[in-house]
Design a protein. Structure first.
Length: 141
């Protein structure tokens, strides 16, 4: 490896840059374990003016549905949108042959919400700012 390689920071990597990482990982996973490529997904709710009001996104990787983000605009909450978005993601995961689903949440976010949907705490990590805890949850599909 060359010692003169420059490492460049970006606070907002492009979709192409992130895809290059996924492609490199997928190539390695295919060679080592015959794994299928990582697939990104997203489900969204839009306003009439095409503003995102709610959504969830993540990836399908190696038999796991990984839900990265779930958000519902404050004005749209308590209408079952979050549960419907998660159900849509889980349905996609089942179609793609995923064995389980995972999601992470902080103690001040949506732990109870995910538990109502059948997610169980797999482990927790403490030590975040302001004495926060992150929960790593899992649900069999």
């Amino acid at each position: 490896m060359t010692k003169n390689v420059e490492i460049i920071y970006t606070s907002q990597p492009s979709l192409e840059e992130i895809q290059a990482l996924y492609d490199g990982i997928a190539t390695h996973a295919q060679l080592k374990k015959n794994q299928p490529p990582i697939e990104s997904f997203g489900f969204f709710v839009y306003s009439d003016s095409q503003k995102v009001l709610a959504g969830c996104n993540g990836a399908i990787l190696y038999g796991c549905l990984y839900i990265d983000s779930l958000w519902v605009d404050e004005a749209m909450r308590h209408q079952d949108l979050g549960a419907r978005l998660i159900a849509s993601a889980e349905c996609l995961g089942k179609e793609k042959g995923c064995l389980f689903s995972t999601v992470n949440t902080m103690d001040w976010e949506a732990l109870g919400f995910y538990q109502k949907l059948g997610y169980e705490i797999e482990f927790q990590r403490m030590g975040y700012l302001n004495e926060s805890t992150m929960y790593f949850l899992r649900k069999s599909l």
